[in-house]
Design a protein around this ligand. Structure first.
Ligand SMILES: N[C@@H](CCC(=O)N[C@@H](CS)C(=O)NCC(=O)O)C(=O)O
Length: 122
């Protein structure tokens, strides 16, 4: 759905693109485009913490890049380096910022901070 300011001046222009589930994924405010966050998650296929973390992201309607690194030791080392030494799975990054694992992303959700990080609050 599209919402436009009736004045339609650029400074007042407020358009929100919504997904079919009515969750905003891109917001334009004035001339500035606020893009959805870049979400990355390293996973193992059968890791319950990974599945739980992805379920939370799915519930938020965000798209994310998943790096499934089953059996790939080199990729795990690279992940760990990027995650300041953490080597458990999952490891999550939002806009290249290290968020942590499943417990950490759920803690952010409980504190009401996750949607801001995901760019879902105007
Ligand atoms: N507290 C962590 C627990 C994650 C965890 O234990 N993941 C398991 C896989 S399901 C793991 O990485 N185990 C191997 C290890 O810790 O080296 C979180 O919430 O992400």
């Amino acid at each position: 759905m599209w919402f436009a300011d009736p004045v339609f001046g650029f400074t007042n222009l407020f358009i929100t693109l919504k997904t079919l589930e009515s969750r905003p994924f891109v917001t334009f405010l004035g001339n500035d485009a606020i893009m959805a966050a870049n979400v990355e998650i390293y996973t193992w296929t059968y890791c319950p913490f990974c599945i739980r973390a992805k379920r939370l992201l799915d519930s938020k309607g965000v798209e994310y890049e998943e790096y499934c690194i089953d059996g790939d030791h080199k990729a795990r080392e690279a992940m760990s380096k990027r995650a300041n030494g953490s080597s458990s799975l999952p490891q999550i990054f939002i806009d290249n910022e290290h968020i942590g694992g499943c417990d950490d992303i759920h803690a952010l959700e409980s504190q009401g901070k996750l949607e801001m990080l995901l760019g879902q609050t105007a």
